[in-house]
Write a protein that binds this ligand. Structure first.
Ligand code: ADE
Length: 250
């Protein structure tokens, strides 16, 4: 997979070189390119924002730098999947490219969306700041690639950078080969193998720590009993914390 990130704060993305995402890059499973939006400005001050039409507080990101950035990234010259070398447009690769726009007014990002995005050959993250990006940028991009406006949750961040980091991490760990033991993926919270429930509590050695014991069933060696205990725990935790995730009773 190739991931491009466009932001006015490219330094935000240094952590992508660390940990699991960094390893996926070193292993050749992932290519990440971070771009400074100001690269596509032409005035002395590298202006990326302007006042909103219709009035109101805050500033809006200008369409021109975003338009040029997306033109550059979507052109076949910059497209890693286009090996034809004839400078022509490769529609197959664009078919498998998704432009992700993190925004508090987007659809809620979720594990199924992460799963879907992990199967694309290319993702482009457009990190907005201020009051957001001029709407026409998204409308125009939709004529060329699939666009997903996604929110991390019902709170407002200062921009799309932190949301992009979170989404990239959630997506990249689902790329085959990135996680050593893929079984661990199917049991964790929100995963299909776990029926979309929250994950059961986990324990390791020592068996007694600060007067607190590990639940005895986990020492029993009885796989069916352990599985049943874990499912009960997952159901109970989900009922208490996230009843909205429980399967509907009707
Ligand atoms: N940008 C600002 N707030 C955001 C949020 N909650 N999710 C995604 N992107 C954002």
């Amino acid at each position: 997979m190739r991931i491009d990130v466009v932001s006015i704060f490219p330094d935000y993305f240094a952590p992508l070189q660390l940990s699991l995402v960094g390893k996926a890059i070193s292993a050749g499973l992932l290519h990440v390119a971070v771009h400074d939006l100001r690269h596509w400005t032409h005035d002395r001050h590298h202006t990326v924002d302007d006042t909103p039409y219709g009035g109101g507080a805050g500033m809006v990101m200008k369409p021109e730098p975003w338009g040029e950035a997306l033109d550059a990234l979507l052109s076949s010259d910059d497209n890693p999947d286009d090996n034809r070398g004839d400078g022509g447009r490769d529609d197959t690769a664009l078919d498998d490219t998704v432009l992700v726009v993190p925004t508090p007014s987007g659809h809620r990002f979720s594990q199924p969306i992460a799963q879907d995005l992990s199967q694309k050959s290319r993702l482009i993250f457009a990190c907005g700041r201020y009051e957001g990006i001029d709407r026409r940028v998204i409308e125009h991009a939709r004529t060329r690639v699939q666009v997903r406006e996604l929110s991390l949750g019902d709170y407002v961040l200062n921009g799309g950078e932190v949301a992009t980091l979170a989404m990239v991490e959630a997506i990249v760990r689902l790329i085959p080969g990135v996680i050593g033991n893929p079984e661990s993926l199917s049991e964790e919270s929100h995963s299909e193998g776990n029926e979309g429930l929250l994950e059961y509590p986990v324990y390791t050695k020592p068996p007694l720590w600060r007067g607190l014991e590990v639940p005895p069933v986990l020492f029993s060696g009885h796989h069916a009993q352990i599985a049943s205990w874990r499912r009960q725990q997952a159901l109970e935790l989900t009922r208490r914390r996230r009843p909205d995730l429980l399967p509907r009773q009707d």
